[in-house]
Design a protein around this ligand. Structure first.
Ligand code: CAA
Length: 388
């Protein structure tokens, strides 16, 4: 398989539709995302005009049914789109991933007709952006330990607490918020709510100054006696933790695809650079030391892609994909970190400066080992499935 076949994911019998998504998103990434990607990383700002273009291309609601304004495509198409975006701009990758899988998918799967009409339709079209609020200052990996409370009060709940590290924290207009309603029931007392940014008592706090995915905004969100209508609870009373876990299973495929894209993007740059850069009288690609690196990168990327596409296909086929998603996320994120570190090494001094992009890929890769469940949590999830 040639490098271009490897990068195109040629051996997966992709359908015409999948290939069309791949080509369209690849073209969009090169023409629209690549120019300005370094500046957006420096400025820690995602251009709203770009977000509009991503919406117009249907990237914010890829899997949502057309009746709710989405693209009606499958998880594999979504994974391919996130991969292609993240080859160039992993910040755009996470914006798309969170809106699609943590917000839209959860609403479409578990929301009422009214919730879908009111919230899913604008979210799927990208008219508004969503955020998923599970993590707290004391509840990251230990997600059942929710301190945010949602106490029933007549026809509404009173929401109080703080959420941390929220992707799209400022950009979003609609948030899915996980909160404890019945502490005595532990995780079975947790609920999920659709919360509107404009409601009294909802405020956006500190913006995080991050190592990577710097153009995506990450904020603390605070709730002080926010009145959430009872009809905005998602699912039955106490379904919130299961909801969060189910949503994250799918989200992990998105982050795995993001990691795969970051790795493939860094590999592509390394391959090109190694043919251009000369040392000791020949292109560095002709040195065995570099060839070994390129080979290992290619093998790992191919293996990561197999796991990511397999998890996506299992979800599309209605199979139990919990373990497959965790395996894909664990492996692809480890590969992203390894490949991007090697990509900087292949580039030498040039790799350490922003102009050559690979240092950004390396910084962006790190978060894929942390969010939507750290690598250690993925190992727990995999082991629990093995031991069932
Ligand atoms: N899928 C479905 N259900 C799951 C599940 C999964 N992957 N993992 C656990 N559950 C269920 C269990 O079956 C159990 O349900 P029952 O009691 O009904 O049987 C319940 O959840 C509690 O599970 P445990 O008893 O195993 O609870 P635990 O506290 O020992 O472990 C955990 C839970 C798996 C560690 C969980 O807390 C977890 O996944 N933590 C990581 C949280 C995470 O991924 N956070 C990401 C933040 S969001 C983010 O990053 C978004 C962003 O902005 C990019």
């Amino acid at each position: 398989m040639s490098a271009s076949q490897l990068l195109a994911g040629m051996d997966f019998n992709l359908s015409e539709e999948h290939l069309a998504v791949q080509a369209a998103v690849r073209d969009f990434a090169q023409t629209e995302l690549l120019p300005g990607v370094i500046e957006r990383d420096n400025a820690q700002h995602f251009d709203p005009a770009l977000l509009r273009k991503m919406s117009e291309l249907g990237l914010l609601g890829i899997m949502v049914a057309p009746e709710y304004g989405g693209g009606g495509m499958d998880t594999l198409a979504y994974a391919i789109a996130v991969e292609e975006i993240s080859k160039v701009d992993a910040s755009a990758g996470v914006i798309v991933s969170v809106n699609n899988s943590l917000v839209c998918w959860g609403l479409e799967e578990y929301g009422t007709d009214q919730q879908k009409q009111q919230y899913l339709t604008p979210l799927a079209s990208g008219e508004v952006i969503g955020a998923f609020c599970l993590s707290e200052p004391e509840a990251g990996s230990d997600a059942t330990s929710q301190h945010t409370t949602a106490i029933p009060n007549g026809d509404h709940y009173l929401l109080n607490g703080t959420k941390n590290w929220i992707t799209n924290g400022n950009t979003s207009s609609v948030c899915i918020v996980i909160a404890q309603t019945h502490p005595e029931l532990k995780h079975k007392g947790i609920n999920a709510f659709i919360v509107d940014k404009g409601w009294t008592g909802f405020s956006v706090g500190k913006k995080e100054d991050k190592m990577g995915i710097r153009a995506s905004d990450t904020h603390t969100l605070m709730f002080s006696d926010v009145k959430v209508p009872a009809e905005n609870r998602i699912g039955a009373d106490g379904f919130g933790f299961r909801f969060a876990m189910n949503v994250l299973n799918g989200g992990r495929i998105g982050i795995a695809a993001q990691a795969l894209g970051i790795a493939a993007g860094a590999f592509e740059l390394s391959l090109k650079y190694s043919k251009e850069r000369k040392t000791f009288g020949k292109p560095i690609a002709e040195h065995q030391a570099i060839q070994f690196k390129l080979s290992e990168m290619a093998v790992k990327i191919e293996a990561a892609r197999l796991l990511v596409y397999k998890a996506a296909r299992m979800k599309d086929e209605g199979k139990d994909y919990i373990q497959a998603a965790a395996m894909a996320k664990l492996y692809a994120s480890e590969v992203a970190m390894w490949v991007t570190t090697e990509a900087v090494q292949v580039h030498g001094g040039y790799g350490y400066v922003k102009e050559y992009h690979v240092e950004r890929h390396m910084r962006d890769a790190k978060i894929t080992q942390i969010y939507e469940g750290t690598s250690e949590i993925q190992k727990l999830v995999i082991a629990r499935e093995l031991l069932k």
